[in-house]
Design a protein around this ligand. Structure first.
Ligand code: NDP
Length: 316
């Protein structure tokens, strides 16, 4: 079979509509810039994000670089702090304390994971809750869990918020839809399930100990996959017409056309197979990833508005 024919066959097979996170994230960043410019001109307040990176994790360095670059494009100032991998907890907590008390800083982001000698939970909960733009602080997690008016005071973790915004843009009415969230981490799975409950979905959370996981997933109108297992979910896991949000970011080894070894990024969903059954699906890359950064910037500007005594510029 010729390469052209193979491509045609592939195209013919894919039926799902693409949920374009890259384009949607660009729209969100344009809104963030608009909100930021308004605050600067009307209140002379420059939204500012402090970004703390401990150590040399290559993926973390890339994420921090992207966050700083996109913040600048949205007229959000950044203060960068790069600490040695050997930094002790006390030194990091002292920096957090300084940033908590710096009135020019509206958001504090500590890039995870942290080196082993540092207790992540201690550091996250040391960030003053009003500057916790990652939404990982226990109080922000509690506000999200309580929902309702409490949600309006919270910062919502960026990846679940980005995933929800994509869903709201692509599913006419979330009310009553059955949603399965695969994964129960504090940064993705749990907050995602709480946001979907808030939208009146009927939510099931599955994880590594779930029995008949494939069967549970195959009954869902909406699947959010946050597992960290490359291409684990294929068409067999899906109900016809399901909407699929793939949060996963996994680097896998590949052999390139010239025979050399390389790698590429894939999601937790086997995109090609899942596209045969799903009605809508996010690609990886270009789906949830760009939304995460856009939502971090959105949370930072929201924080700057709150610090200036103003209402949030946007609601969920
Ligand atoms: P965690 O490792 O913290 O959590 C993974 C979850 O998946 C756990 O709840 C685990 O279950 C569950 N799980 C693991 N293996 C299986 C399995 N075989 N069957 C069912 N469930 C399983 O990961 P994160 O939540 O931090 O991240 C998940 C994915 O999302 C990763 O690929 C990560 O890179 C990506 N990610 C992407 C972001 C983005 O911006 N797009 C941001 C953050 C994460 P159990 O609890 O039982 O162990």
């Amino acid at each position: 079979m010729s390469i052209g024919q193979e491509d045609n066959d592939k195209e013919n097979k894919i039926m799902a509509d693409l949920i374009d996170g890259k384009a949607f994230a660009a729209k969100i960043r344009a809104e963030v810039k608009e909100d930021s410019d308004k605050l600067i001109s009307q209140k002379q307040v420059d939204p500012c994000l402090a970004v703390v990176l401990v150590g040399e994790n290559p993926a973390s360095k890339v994420y921090v670089g992207q966050k700083t670059k996109m913040a600048a494009e949205c007229n959000i100032k950044t203060k960068d702090f790069k600490l040695e991998a050997s930094t002790d907890q006390e030194t990091l907590l002292k920096l957090i304390d300084e940033l908590n008390n710096d009135s020019s800083v509206h958001g504090i982001l500590v890039q995870l994971p942290l080196p082993k000698q540092i207790d992540e939970r201690k550091v996250i909960d040391a960030i003053v809750v009003e500057k916790d733009v990652d939404g990982f602080h226990a109080i922000n997690a509690g506000r999200l869990s309580i929902g309702g008016d409490m949600l309006k005071k919270a910062f919502i973790p960026c990846t679940p918020l980005g995933s929800l915004l994509l869903l709201k843009d692509h599913v006419e009415d979330l009310k009553g839809k059955s949603a399965v969230v695969i994964g129960r981490s504090n940064i993705v799975g749990k907050p995602m399930s709480q946001l979907l409950i808030e939208e009146s979905c009927t939510v099931t959370v599955v994880h590594s100990k779930t029995k008949d996981i494939e069967k549970v997933c195959s009954q869902a109108d909406i699947i959010v996959a946050a597992i960290g297992r490359a291409e684990m979910i294929d068409s067999k896991w899906l109900k016809d017409g399901a909407v699929v949000i793939d949060v996963g970011i996994n680097r896998i080894s590949i052999t390139k056309e010239d025979g050399s070894e390389g790698s590429k990024i894939v999601g937790d969903v086997d995109f090609e197979s899942a596209s045969e059954k799903a009605s809508k699906i996010t690609p990886v890359p270009g789906g949830v990833g760009p939304m995460t950064i856009a939502c971090l910037l959105r949370n930072t500007v929201t924080s700057a508005y709150r610090h200036a005594g103003l209402d949030d510029p946007r609601s969920i």
